[in-house]
Design a protein around this ligand. Structure first.
Ligand code: HQG
Length: 185
């Protein structure tokens, strides 16, 4: 399958499995899982040609490993990024000393006031490396990479989770735990 086709289906699955399953009349369980056969049927009814082989390819080849198939292959869910209130059943884990968050310059004043908020999503998203954060920031405009003192935050009682694809998640980041780059001051 062409890369373009994989991206198109990944975007469709991200929309349905993270935000709007109702768009195709699909229901997720409370842990975010959808029945694969039901997903295929609902997508087809809405003019999106999906089949099991396509789904398996997208799950295997997705650049960010956005999706997981259950061990029996019957269910699929997004690994992170939900705006829907799903419980991914992730156990809190101690994060590395520092994590990174990519954002845009235009959000700086607000972030300095309120810290990092999850916005429409369930969690604030963080990465272990700066390069990923930079790419995430670019999606929003002039990128700015913020350093989060994650280990100190966890020690202060804020839980951290690591999604199945290695993206770090936390509920919010108070300003006290954020290091702003000099140019953002
Ligand atoms: C910003 C993509 C003002 C926050 C990526 C971000 C990621 C604030 C935006 C994943 C704020 C929310 C998530 C505050 C945070 N005031 N703005 N107090 N606190 N913000 O898209 O982190 O490709 O919901 O900095 O790779 O950009 O979809 O979050 O700029 O992993 O798989 O509000 O989505 O993954 O934007 O991206 P988003 P994000 P996928």
């Amino acid at each position: 399958m062409q890369q373009r086709e994989l991206i198109r289906i990944s975007k469709f699955l991200s929309l349905i499995l993270r935000h709007r399953p109702d768009r195709i009349g699909l229901a997720l369980d409370r842990h975010g899982w959808a029945d694969v056969d039901e997903l295929i049927a609902c997508a087809r009814r809405h003019g999106v040609a999906l089949d099991r082989a396509l789904i398996e390819q997208v799950v295997a080849k997705n650049d960010k490993q956005r999706f997981t198939l259950s061990a029996d292959g019957r269910q699929i869910r997004a690994n992170q990024g939900h705006s829907l209130p799903v419980d991914l059943q992730l156990a809190p884990v101690t994060p590395p000393e520092l994590l990174y968050h990519g954002t845009a310059g235009r959000f700086m004043a607000s972030i300095k006031r309120e810290g990092l908020r999850p916005g429409n999503r369930q969690h604030v998203h963080l990465s272990v490396d700066e390069a990923t954060a930079l790419a995430v920031g670019r999606r929003h405009g002039q990128p700015v990479v913020l350093v989060v003192r994650a280990a100190a935050m966890a020690a202060a009682g804020y839980p951290f989770y690591c999604a199945a694809n290695g993206v770090w998640l936390t509920g919010q980041v108070p300003v006290a735990f954020i290091e702003f780059p000099p140019e953002a001051n």
